[in-house]
Every structure is written in C-alpha cells, then in structure tokens.
Design a protein around this ligand. Structure first.
Ligand SMILES: Cc1cc2nc3c(=O)[nH]c(=O)nc-3n(C[C@H](O)[C@H](O)[C@H](O)COP(=O)(O)OP(=O)(O)OC[C@H]3O[C@@H](n4cnc5c(N)ncnc54)[C@H](O)[C@@H]3O)c2cc1C
Length: 397
C-alpha cells in the first residue's frame, strides 16, 4: 500500500480528516477534482463549536483573521418578537464567523498540506479498486492509488458512496428551496440576522470584503412558482422585512444569484470493509441550522480518531470505523429531526410560540437557546420537560 488513507474530497470534511490523520503519523493522499481556491453552493456560517475545533487544530486565528467580521450576536426575528443575544462561548472560542468558502477551504487544504498530506487537485476519482470484497484503492483518468482505507468526503453526490452502494436512512426529501446573493455595503448590525416570517426565511450573514450574504428560503412546494421569477420573488421576500429591504436597496449586488433545491435530509451508510464516509457524503441536511461545516469538523475529528486507532498496532480498522458511525448517528439524530422540523416552515405551535416569547424576554435565556442552535447544548437536554418548565417559570439555569 502506498498510503494508509486516501481521502476523496478536500473541503470542510476531507481536509481536516486528512490533516488529523497526517498529524497522527499516517501517510495520507487527498484528492479533489476542484482546484483551489474554489467556491461551492453554500452560505458559510461557522458556529462557535466549529471555531472551537479550529482552535484545537491551531487554525482559529487564520480563519478569524481571514477578512470576515466576528458575529457578536445572533438575532432570530419571528415578527412579533425577536431572540437576540451573543451565542455561548465554547472552549475558548467566542464568536461565529462567516468566511467565504473560497477562503476557508483553502486554509483547511493548506493545513492538510502542511501536516504532510500528499495533495492532488484537479483529479477526479471515477471508481474504487476492490479486492476480495474490500476497498483497497481508487482509480481515475490515468491514475490508480492504494491505501488501507478510502474515505469519501466527496459531498452529497458522493462517488465513493455510489461505488460501494451505500444506502440512505432516516431520510426526508428536500423541504426548502434556497437562494442567496452577495451585497456590498449593507449597513451592518452585530452579526447574523435570521427572519422567520411565515413561508419565507430571510437571513443576513456579514462576510468577507464588506459583503453580506443575503439568503432567502421558501417551502419546496413553492419551488416551481418561485423560480418563474426568482428576482421578483426574492425581492418580495426581502420586502417582508422593510428595514432589511431598505438596507439592501442602499447596497450594491455583487455577482449572480445562487440557488439550490437539492437539500435532502438523511444519514447514509458510512462504513464498510476498507471505506468510510464523512461530511455531507454521510450525513446531509437542509441548511436551516447552518450546521454542515461545524458538523463536518465534528465528524472529521471522530473519524480521524477511529481510523488512527484502527490503523494502530492491534487495532481493528473496520470495527473502529463502524463505531464512528454509531457515535455520529447518536449525536446527530436529534439535530436531523430538529432540522426537518424547522425546515418544514410550519408556523410554531402556540406552546412553541409561548416558549420563544419567554426566551426572547431574557438575555441569559436567549444565549442558552443559541447554544442549542449552534450545537453546544444537547437538544434532548434543552427540550426536556424540566428545562422547559424552568424556562417558562422564569427560573435561572
Ligand atoms: C444553500 C446552502 C447553504 C449552506 N449554508 C451553510 C452555512 O451557513 N453553514 C454551514 O455550516 N453549512 C452550510 N451548508 C452546508 C455545507 O455547505 C455543507 O455541509 C458542506 O459544504 C459539506 O462539506 P463536505 O466537505 O462534506 O462536502 P463538499 O463541500 O460538497 O465538498 C466535496 C468535495 O468533493 C469533491 N469531489 C466530489 N466528487 C469527487 C470525485 N469523484 N473525485 C474527486 N473529488 C470529488 C468536490 O469537488 C468537492 O470539493 C449550506 C448548504 C447549502 C446547500
């Protein structure tokens, strides 16, 4: 074997996985069909726990100083009331950042390269090499490479997943359609603004180069109607928040509209003999919680630990990787369920509306609530009857 691990896909899941394995002393090949810097269809909020992972990896300051402002607070506006507060700090990381993927993904790829990973850009993997039922390598146009494990970090339409026939489970088809564009010179607030207004979500993320990413989502049932006149429907969504519409009108659009309705929600079988999946390839969901990057960091860390122990003397690689998938699903099932609930854009029940209004009235409670959205407070713990009772009674946590 020329390599211990081959990682296919060099973005927020693949580069950290490769970097961590190389730092642990393994020989790693990282392949991507893109050449970097490269963009991808995605807004780019990194939640505080994601920044905490970057801090652990020694990359926090590189990302924090990459030209996007720190988000001092989140604001979630439901019309009649708004929850607005700083999100809670995690392990020395205090702020979320919204760094353009052209910038973030290059920082991660450079970190992998600096850790000793062999990187090849502009290279497409077309098939896996399988011997005696075990994946032992990858093939592409004019190349073939071998390793003890092949890791698919190759996104929603994963070639690795297709080649091994990995099936989806806990699946809910796409619930929203997403549109976003960048505007220069939008009068700033203190961070991300999320407006949940009936059947539209409007989100503002300040990002690099004095630009703001302005995102609009509608229910998937309205996708065809929306796309008949995207610009008019996008503007109509913004007009539902008049102060936002005024700020956008005074700014300058830079570049085209980005759109996707390809946002299904699922786990995918992510481990088998000689292979594993990480990031969107193994766990995909609607962007409503803006969690894909942070979750990719969590899963990269879990998978790298598992592969390292499996590759170590006396280790059982397949068992270690299977345990990674179990842990991933245990951690993220509640988030997948909450994502689908939020992405359904159903109006909140009277109980939920009362809960949100109570939270909105308390700065401390608002910060705790954002702990759930950013993934640092376990969802079952937060929505446990005792905790909901405490919130509604106004008691301190
Ligand atoms: C509209 C939208 C908004 C979003 N907003 C946010 C947000 O604000 N915050 C957040 O955290 N998440 C957000 N997400 C989710 C986030 O974009 C994804 O979770 C994240 O990009 C997944 O990263 P990944 O590394 O797993 O895969 P990807 O980013 O999809 O990268 C996969 C890589 O694999 C490469 N590849 C694929 N096939 C091959 C092959 N055969 N050979 C070689 N290379 C290959 C591709 O070139 C690509 O570079 C959003 C998603 C969408 C759709």
């Amino acid at each position: 074997m020329s390599f211990d691990a081959i990682v296919v896909g060099a973005r927020v899941a693949g580069s950290p996985t490769a970097m961590l394995l190389a730092r642990a002393g393994h020989r790693v090949l990282l392949l991507d069909r893109a050449t970097f810097p490269s963009d991808v269809i995605s807004t780019h909020l990194i939640h505080v726990p994601g920044m905490a992972y970057l801090r652990r990896w020694g990359l926090h300051d590189a990302v924090a100083s990459a030209g996007a402002p720190p988000h001092e607070r989140f604001t979630m506006d439901f019309g009649p009331f708004a929850i607005s507060a700083p999100p809670p700090a995690v392990d020395g990381a205090a702020h979320p950042y919204c760094v353009r993927r052209t910038v973030l993904d290059s920082i991660l790829l450079d970190a992998a390269r600096s850790a000793g990973v062999t990187v090849r850009e502009g290279v497409t993997v077309t098939e896996l090499v399988v011997e005696d039922g075990r994946v032992v390598g990858v093939r592409g146009d004019g190349f073939e490479e071998y390793a003890r494990i092949v890791i698919g970090a190759d996104g929603l339409r994963s070639t690795v997943a297709a080649a091994v026939g990995a099936t989806r489970y806990t699946e809910t088809p796409a619930l929203t359609a997403c549109y976003y564009a960048y505007y220069r010179g939008v009068e700033p607030r203190e961070g991300a603004e999320i407006y949940q207004l009936g059947d539209r979500a409007v989100v503002l993320f300040p990002t690099n180069d004095d630009e703001t990413c302005v995102f609009v989502a509608c229910p998937i049932a309205q996708f065809h109607e929306f796309r008949t006149d995207v610009e008019a429907n996008y503007a109509e969504a913004l007009s539902r928040v008049p102060p936002v519409a005024t700020r956008i009108a005074a700014a300058t659009r830079s570049g085209r509209m980005h759109a996707t309705a390809d946002v299904p929600n699922f786990f995918r079988q992510s481990a088998g003999p000689g292979w594993a999946l990480v990031g969107d390839a193994g766990y995909h969901k609607d962007p409503v919680m803006a969690a894909g990057i942070t979750d990719a960091f969590v899963c990269a860390s879990l998978l790298a630990d598992a592969v390292h122990s499996g590759l170590s003397a006396g280790g059982d690689l397949d068992a270690a990787v299977a345990a990674y998938v179990e842990e991933r699903d245990r951690r993220f099932l509640p988030a997948l369920q909450l994502t689908c609930q939020l992405a359904s854009m159903e109006p909140p029940t009277p109980e939920m509306a009362a809960l949100f209004a109570t939270i909105a009235a308390s700065p401390a409670e608002s910060t705790r609530f954002f702990g759930v959205l950013q993934g640092s407070t376990p969802i079952p713990e937060y929505f446990a009857p005792d905790n909901l009772g405490r919130i509604m009674s106004g008691a301190q946590g």
